[in-house]
Design a protein around this ligand. Structure first.
Ligand code: AOF
Ligand code: ZN
Length: 354
């Protein structure tokens, strides 16, 4: 088999792409674990078996692939998106499982950033297994960016999503807001909700807008479970609000402090918050520096008056503007249904004028 310049065969590169796809299976993983995929290749580079991780408490990707392969695992190359773990957590160490199955070589994309689980590569090497690392590492990191971020910062990654008119308003003067965003934008929102593990709104939004905050089947989002719904704020709410229905679990976070709310969600094993409103809650997270990604759906409508999409940020002069870097611009829908989705992340303020 011809090796590529960086020591990986074409079959291994293909297998890693497939492992990344398997890892990204919609609706997984459940709970606080990373997305991981694994493909076993025979000596001719043919796939023997494959597996992916379905969430905390279920078999790791390598163990799922080894179970499918049975005795055929002997002598194979395991291509894995994350360094095999070396610890007994909710399940046993993948390093040991790979060694016991007679796997000859392990190629992984990204080292395990979790200090409790890391060390698998070293254990495998000691047992005589050949190791290759760093194959498609950037792709693997992208796949688990919220999980990696949460591990490093000990708080969930926060995506703030809002829909707005061209002039930055989320509702008209009389408070009506259905529908600032088009159907294609709403479908896209449900898809993004399904990738998070908690959706967060303020108690005021629950009182006024009464969102259900579920990922709806009608939008065809494949989903193993509904994300948790969280309501932040101290005000009491009537039980008949849709967010308290039985379609998904809901928690109340009785605090106004974004940092305290995120700490509670982290303790509930949540790693990716989808912040959905309203303007005051968004402003409090922005002012606290606790927004890591912004996704906005801009509708080609003008309102001229009405609620601003974001509340007061305490900014009185242009030099103090909060700057964002655009990472993606996508047009959704056509004709009257067109919305523009802009994805951004916080950026340092530019230090030069021109
Ligand atoms: C792997 N393969 O498929 C996954 C890994 O509590 P546990 O036993 O599920 O362990 C979770 C930790 O193991 C997680 O934080 C991460 O470091 C690693 N996840 N490792 O070899 C997998 N999901
Ligand atoms: Zn493992």
């Amino acid at each position: 088999m011809a090796g590529s310049a960086d020591g990986f065969s074409a079959a291994e590169v293909r297998a890693m792409r497939r492992a990344l796809e398997l890892a990204a299976t919609p609706g997984v993983p459940l709970g606080p674990n990373p997305r991981v995929g694994c493909v076993l290749l025979d000596a001719d580079g043919r796939e023997v078996a494959a597996g992916f991780h379905r969430g905390a408490g279920t078999p790791h990707a390598e163990v799922a692939a080894l179970a499918e392969a049975g005795a055929d695992a002997r002598g194979t190359t395991a291509v894995v998106t994350l360094e095999p773990c070396n610890h007994t957590g909710r399940t046993g160490p993948c390093s040991t499982a790979l060694i016991e199955s007679g796997v000859a070589r392990v190629v992984y994309a990204q080292p395990d950033p979790n200090p409790l689980a890391a060390g698998g590569a070293e254990a495998l090497r000691r047992a005589g297994v050949a190791i290759g690392s760093g194959l498609l590492e950037a792709e693997a990191r992208r796949l688990n960016r919220a999980w990696i971020f949460a591990l490093e910062h000990q708080r969930p990654f926060v995506t703030w999503k809002f829909a707005t008119s061209l002039d930055g308003r989320s509702a008209a003067a009389d408070g009506t807001s259905r529908w600032v965003s088009s159907r294609p934008a709403r479908i896209d929102t449900h898809r993004l909700r399904g990738q998070c593990d908690v959706m967060l709104v303020g108690a005021n939004t629950v009182a006024v807008d009464d969102p259900e905050l579920t990922v709806r089947d009608e939008y065809d989002v494949p989903l193993a479970r509904q994300p948790l719904r969280a309501v932040m704020g101290e005000r009491d709410l009537p039980d008949d609000r849709r967010i308290f229905n039985d379609r998904a679990p809901t928690v109340r976070l009785r605090t106004h402090d974004p940092r305290a709310a995120l700490a509670q969600l982290f303790d509930l094993d949540r790693r990716h918050v989808f912040l959905e409103g309203g303007p005051t809650l968004a402003a409090s997270f922005l002012v606290a520096g606790l927004v890591d990604e912004v996704v906005t759906y801009v509708a080609p409508i003008l309102l001229g008056a009405g609620r601003s999409a974001v509340g007061d940020l305490g900014i009185s002069t242009i030099a103090d503007a909060l700057h964002l870097t655009v990472t993606d611009v996508t047009t959704l829908g056509t004709g009257a249904d067109t919305n523009v989705r802009i994805t951004m992340e916080p950026a340092p303020a530019p230090d030069e004028e021109d």
